[in-house]
Design a protein around this ligand. Structure first.
Ligand code: 5GP
Ligand code: MG
Ligand code: MG
Length: 188
């Protein structure tokens, strides 16, 4: 039904939540804001959270009219897909010192906010000159946690989405849009 990738995922995605075009427009808009806010800043560093933020980070960095350096972290939250525990394990740490850098965390989605909350504390302890968050998606539960997402793409309904970096069992990341997965897929 949903377009893209030939017919590979045609039966799996029930609805497009954020289209390719919406993502493109919003990314350009966020990049414009960031470029203006950081116009006078040297040493802007994007920290992408693997693997979900890869697509967004790549597009955001290319939209951004400002020089940047790229870093990645991989972290894993204990807990099931549905409940993030806030207990986080570092799978891949930063490769170098971020002290004195202006850091922008690039996230795919903020749900409970627990992962991001942990990450912000961790990065703060590394002494950046400044620290802000760019997140493509945010779910309703996130408002309960006091997470300052300065640059936000879209507030979406409280449903499990895939695509544009987001996976279910490591699949669907390469979809160019964000879509709803049919419940039958979990039950397979
Ligand atoms: P939080 O700690 O904010 O609850 O969880 C954030 C992480 O949970 C995201 O980085 C993402 O990996 C995963 N997550 C939360 N909601 C969704 C969703 O709707 N779809 C997918 N694929 N992952 C999600
Ligand atoms: Mg993430
Ligand atoms: Mg995942």
């Amino acid at each position: 039904m949903a377009a893209g990738k030939g017919n590979w995922y045609a039966d799996d995605i029930s609805k497009v939540i954020v289209s390719e075009e919406q993502i493109r427009e919003k990314t350009a808009e966020l990049a414009k804001q960031v470029a203006a806010d950081y116009a006078d800043v040297d040493g802007l560093l994007l920290v992408g959270v693997l693997k979900g933020a890869v697509m967004f980070m790549a597009d955001f960095a290319r939209s951004l009219d400002h020089p940047v350096e790229l870093e990645f972290m991989a972290i894993s939250s204990y807990g099931t897909r549905a409940t993030s525990s806030g207990v986080v394990r570092i799978l891949k740490d930063l490769d170098r010192d971020i002290s004195g850098k202006h850091v922008l965390v690039i996230e795919d989605i903020v749900d409970s906010g627990l992962t991001l909350s942990w990450l912000l504390k961790y990065l703060t302890s590394r002494g950046p000159a400044s620290l802000e968050v760019v997140a493509l998606l945010r779910k309703p539960d996130a408002v309960k946690v006091d997470i300052p997402v300065k640059y936000l793409g879209f507030d979406i309904p409280n449903e499990f989405v895939v695509g544009y970096g987001l996976d279910y069992a490591e699949r669907y990341r390469e979809l160019p849009y964000v879509g709803l997965l049919r419940p039958e897929v979990y039950e397979r």
